[in-house]
Design a protein around this ligand. Structure first.
Ligand SMILES: [Zn+2]
Length: 154
């Protein structure tokens, strides 16, 4: 039996309350990919643009992170990918993600598919910095790039 939620809303902390006995706390990456790519990218209008931004920001805002490092660590812990800051300019930050959930998929030229993950960063960074942060996906394995990469504008 779970605890009773008086707020009638889920927090990110609630996501960790798992009482499954036989199937454990993980789902296969093909399910994540199916939701992301077949459900959202292919299933929503405009390849999900707009929706992914809303969904990603909302998730990002819910994350218990208080620094850029916290956020990168959580990305790794959640196995979305292995992110690393590759360049830092005055108001810009470039974050490359290796081992992204998308690596290994067939390439589709001029398609960047990891926008939700960028929007998650955007939501988390905007909240922790208390100002509008913009995250743009500039590289993606699916596009034939060597990693997925994001430009963060603060
Ligand atoms: Zn990716």
């Amino acid at each position: 039996m779970g605890s009773v939620n008086t707020l009638q809303e889920f927090s990110f902390d609630d996501m960790k309350k798992i009482s499954r006995t036989a199937l454990g706390n993980a789902v296969p990456i093909e399910l994540y990919r199916a939701i992301r790519l077949i459900g959202m990218y292919q299933g929503l209008p405009m390849k999900g643009k707009g929706t992914t931004l809303t969904v990603g920001r909302k998730i990002g805002e819910s994350l218990p992170v208080h620094s850029v490092q916290d956020l990168l660590d959580l990305f790794r812990d959640l196995k979305i990918g292995d992110p690393q800051i590759v360049l830092e300019e005055d108001s810009k930050l470039y974050i490359a993600v290796n081992d992204c959930f998308c690596v290994g998929l067939p390439e589709i030229e001029s398609n960047l598919v990891c926008d939700l993950e960028g929007a998650i960063m955007e939501g988390a960074l905007s909240k922790m910095m208390d100002k509008r942060v913009f995250v743009r996906e500039i590289k993606c394995n699916v596009n034939g790039d060597d990693c997925c990469e994001y430009e963060v504008r603060i």
